[in-house]
Design a protein around this ligand. Structure first.
Ligand code: UTP
Length: 305
């Protein structure tokens, strides 16, 4: 069955990025010249998605405006004959059919996905987290959709992470591996190093069978006192089969300050007109840091002597 619909939850509060996210959504923070959310919508569209539903919350109006038609701006660009910019702006509002549902309270990712039940109906669908940017040759969601067409069971996107970082993620207990696909025996949300079943972490991409909605209704509040998608996936993998695809590409958590900066630098380095301006600047900074570190190491070893 073709995967035509995607859910993009953007209802979170973005507390890790305060105060920047006090009055604006983290998904609207720019990565060079596009807001983060546009990369995610483009990935969905390039993967064949036709309809997108955003699960929104407070302070998300700018996101809705971004994907809406902007008459005044288009008129102004037309008058000034800025045709390339005009085309780019018009493309944003015609990329896909975009819908919105408001999650009245941020009760967790599981609750946010459940808000999309009526819109999805009884077909498999994609979920892309609004703060996880994937940069890859083949769009990450397309990789997932291709894997789904082999398994016909829910598939979650995963990548190996350093053991000291498992506490930030949902982690799978992997079973057998077929190429890049693991069968999933169980999942744990944000485990400690001591109780983690592996270092294979869930990234923000999912293809879910609609049975997930019944599991989302069956779970209780979990980690962080929130309804966790991971807990519903646990139930799903006990009753049905669940698979995890190791994604090719780089993932950036732009809800985290360091992740955001990494995304910004890497995307800027991939821009032809920025590469030659940014790289020498970064090299100068790194060299300066190296010299200062050397000096500090020397003076601290002298003071020990
Ligand atoms: P996060 O936990 O990363 O987002 O949720 P958050 O809650 O905004 O971030 P912090 O921890 O406070 O900084 C993952 C995704 O799920 C969405 C978020 O918007 C994000 O895209 N989400 C989370 C919802 O849509 N609703 C919720 O109730 C919680």
């Amino acid at each position: 069955m073709k995967i035509k619909k995607a859910v993009i939850p953007v209802g979170g509060l973005g507390t890790r990025f305060l105060p920047a996210t006090k009055a604006q959504p983290k998904e609207m923070l720019p990565i060079v010249d596009k807001p983060a959310i546009q990369y995610i919508v483009e990935e969905a569209v390039e993967s064949g998605i036709e309809s997108i539903i955003f699960i929104t919350g407070r302070n998300k109006k700018s996101l809705e405006d971004h994907f809406d038609k902007s008459f005044e701006l288009e008129q102004m660009l037309e008058e000034k004959q800025k045709w390339n910019l005009l085309k780019e702006i018009q493309n944003i509002s015609s990329m896909a059919n975009i819908h919105y549902i408001r999650q009245k309270e941020p009760k967790g990712l599981g609750h946010a996905v459940l808000c999309a039940e009526q819109f999805i109906g009884n077909e498999p669908f994609a979920v892309l987290l609004g703060d996880d940017i994937m940069i890859s040759e083949k769009p990450a969601l397309k990789q997932m959709i291709d894997a789904y067409h082999h398994t016909n069971q829910s598939v979650i996107g995963v990548n190996a992470v350093a053991l000291e970082n498992v506490y930030k993620y949902g982690i799978i207990d992997p079973g057998r591996k077929f190429g890049q696909v693991h069968s999933v025996k169980d999942l744990v949300e944000k485990p400690t190093i001591e109780n983690t079943p592996s270092n294979i972490a869930v990234m923000g991409r999912y293809i879910l069978n609609p049975s997930i909605f019944s599991y989302l209704k069956a779970i209780e509040r979990g980690v962080g006192n929130e309804w966790q998608l991971t807990d519903a996936l646990r139930l799903q993998c006990q009753q049905e089969k669940l698979f995890a695809l190791e994604l090719e590409g780089k993932r950036y958590d732009i809800g985290d300050k360091a992740g955001y900066l990494h995304a910004m630098i890497e995307v800027a380095l991939n821009h032809d007109d920025l590469h030659h301006k940014l790289l020498p600047y970064l090299e100068r900074i790194v060299e300066k840091e190296r010299i200062e570190n050397r000096r500090n190491t020397r003076s601290s070893s002298k003071s020990i002597i």
